[in-house]
Design a protein around this ligand. Structure first.
Ligand code: AMP
Length: 255
């Protein structure tokens, strides 16, 4: 369907290669001075949106990131991959600390209406909070159909066919537009931004807006009680041969 507008959510998260450290007061994880990047599943969502535009199914790809000023870097990365313009929904301080799937979903739903979007593409999950809820909640708030964990997306006259990665196989569903789709790992391989495209992206527009201007209340009913490191693995014992192994296992009552 030509003329479609795609809305893509891109979250700025701690880079997947960083070793996460818990803050000494156990209120969260250390983020200061830590490398951040676009959530990998969001990169896949952006790639899919850009491909849909290249195949002439859409004529505009709008990327949205909710959070502090640095989110504009994440938006720029998406613009360099081929998105057309960005919306930075500024959320800072205490509101940013408690920003979760429900708050982001309310923002995405409000923007979908404001921008008259035909399709919302999100990652299936953000690798920091591991919620896996924003796509589902956004679809529920808008009362739009959802195709989650997509490994293939096809568009044919106002209808969307989504292949989903489910336990034990693949499920193919047909959805009416407008709809929400969340990307799984095998949907595509995101492109790297080329230098000319990075330069071009600098000229693309990023609008800044507050949740309040969208009529969204970002207060949260969730309270983090404690953040802990995963339990340390206890050291193993080396044995010289099979006989010693059998004896050790007998000693600890495993055989
Ligand atoms: P989650 O439900 O938190 O696991 O996140 C799933 C997806 O929702 C992400 O891959 C993003 O596409 C979108 N999303 C979550 N948080 C944000 C955010 N702060 N800004 C933009 N998109 C977000």
């Amino acid at each position: 369907m030509a003329g479609m507008r795609l809305l893509v959510g891109v979250k700025r998260v701690i880079d997947y290669a960083v070793k996460i450290r818990v803050k000494p007061d156990r209120t969260g994880v250390v983020t200061d001075g830590v490398k951040h990047s676009m959530n990998p599943f969001c990169e896949i969502a952006v790639e899919e949106a850009v491909r849909l535009k290249e195949k002439k199914h859409a004529n505009e790809v709008v990327v949205v990131s909710c959070g502090p000023q640095q989110c504009q870097e994440t938006i720029r990365t998406a613009l360099a991959m081929g998105a057309d313009r960005g919306i930075h929904v500024e959320v800072t301080g205490k509101d940013y600390e408690t920003l979760g799937p429900l708050q982001v979903s309310k923002i995405m739903a409000a923007l979908a209406k404001k921008e008259e979007a035909d399709l919302i593409l999100l990652g299936k999950q953000a690798i920091d909070g591991d919620w896996n809820q924003t796509g589902q909640m956004t679809a529920a708030l808008l009362d739009w159909p959802q195709g989650t964990f997509a490994s293939e997306v096809k568009i044919e006259d106002k209808k969307l066919t989504v292949t989903r990665e489910v336990d034990g196989g693949l499920e193919t569903i047909s959805l009416k537009l407008p709809a929400v789709v969340t990307s799984d790992l095998r949907l595509n391989e995101p492109r790297y931004a080329t230098l000319p495209n990075i330069m071009k992206a600098k000229k693309k527009k990023i609008d800044k807006i507050s949740p309040k201007e969208l009529g969204v209340d970002v207060s949260s009913k969730l309270q983090t009680l404690s953040v802990e490191d995963p339990p340390q693995r206890t050291a193993g014992v080396k044995v010289e041969n099979a006989e010693q192994l059998v004896n050790k296992l007998k000693e600890i009552g495993r055989i």
